[in-house]
Design a protein around this ligand. Structure first.
Ligand code: SF4
Length: 327
């Protein structure tokens, strides 16, 4: 299946045909069926670029992120980083690649040990990768806390002494402690108040500039994704429905699913009218995905062909790929 490509230098990360299937009722060989959480997904990520991945809960966007860093093992596909397939690396090579690709999670509280001062939590990944002496790690952790908007003396505080927004700042400091090239941000602001969300987004943008980072930004909130992303991929039931540069996607959405998602986003000008596309039904179970186009059970334009034939993801305009028989 075609993947979204970008012109110029080779991409920093090239994800090709990634699959993550969960077997049902036994081991992989004896499975009675599979939940296809991610099915043939691909994209590229360039240096200092942000790629947004959007879709409703259960669309596979978070599993895609976790599979790339092998928090969960892939069923198939490739993730090429600096010419090496992350899915085939072992031992030291894998550890070294993992250092370069860090994650920021939705709920940093659950990944912080309540009995550990936050400074030590920031230092932990540096210790794993044998970075610096004990003293140097402490100095770097204090500097990072300061860089993400906390005070250096807060190094000695415990997670419960921080607000949700501050804990996410600690999560970001932790991810940056090993000087990664890529940060996969998995719903990093969705648990935060709206006012705090923009502060954390602004911080991520500042840090991207300062440390020349590339982000994969996973979120269900289209406004947030629009704000931070250079390009966007829209996922549904484990598959990529549409991919395009952000401005192009928001100005000229093609896929009926993308159009429905965008029609539900409030617009700042109350005088401006837009047609709301209401999707019928709920997302089908990934255990029994619809035949043909997985979106056909909810699509207002579905035809007999849609029920029988999975549409390929194809370039319909420069850098704008759509998986739909309408085009
Ligand atoms: Fe709708 Fe058919 Fe396009 Fe799928 S392929 S989005 S069902 S029109």
């Amino acid at each position: 299946m075609p993947q979204l490509e970008t012109v110029g230098a080779p991409p920093l990360l090239e994800v090709k045909n990634v699959k993550k299937y969960y077997p049902i009722g036994g081991t992989f060989r004896r499975a009675k069926g599979f939940v296809k959480a991610v099915d043939d997904v691909g994209f590229t990520l360039n240096e200092r670029e942000t790629l947004g991945l959007v879709g409703e809960s259960g669309c596979g966007k978070s599993t895609t992120g976790r599979t790339i860093v092998r928090l969960t093992e892939p069923t198939g596909g490739q993730a090429l980083y600096k010419g090496k397939d992350l899915f085939r690396l072992k031992g030291r090579e894998l550890q070294s690649a993992r250092k370069d690709i860090q994650m920021v999670f939705q709920d940093p509280h659950s990944s912080l040990d309540p009995k550990q001062i936050v400074g030590r939590a920031v230092e932990e990944t540096m210790s794993i990768h044998a970075i610096g002496t004990k003293r140097e790690r402490m100095e770097m952790a204090m500097e990072l806390l300061h860089r993400v908007g906390l005070r250096e003396d807060q190094y000695f505080r415990y997670p419960h002494e921080f607000s949700g927004g501050q804990r996410q700042r600690i999560g970001i400091a932790r991810a940056l402690a090993v000087q990664p090239k890529i940060v996969i941000c998995d719903e990093p602001v969705s648990a935060l108040d709206v006012s705090i969300q923009s502060q954390v987004i602004n911080l991520l943008q500042e840090l991207q500039e300062a440390y020349e980072l590339s982000y994969i930004f996973i979120a269900h909130d289209l406004s947030v994704v629009r704000h931070i992303s250079d390009r966007v991929g829209v996922m549904y039931l484990g598959q990529m429905m549409e991919k395009a540069p952000t401005n192009e996607l928001f100005a000229r959405p093609q896929h009926p699913y993308t159009r429905a998602l965008l029609s539900a986003v409030p617009i700042p000008n109350p005088a401006a009218k837009k047609e709301r596309i209401v999707l019928k039904g709920s997302i089908p179970s990934p255990l029994h995905p619809p035949s043909g186009c997985v979106f056909h059970t909810r699509c207002p334009f579905a035809t007999e062909r849609c029920k029988a034939e999975r549409p390929a993801l194809e370039e319909k305009a420069p850098n704008h790929l759509v998986a739909c028989h309408l085009y």
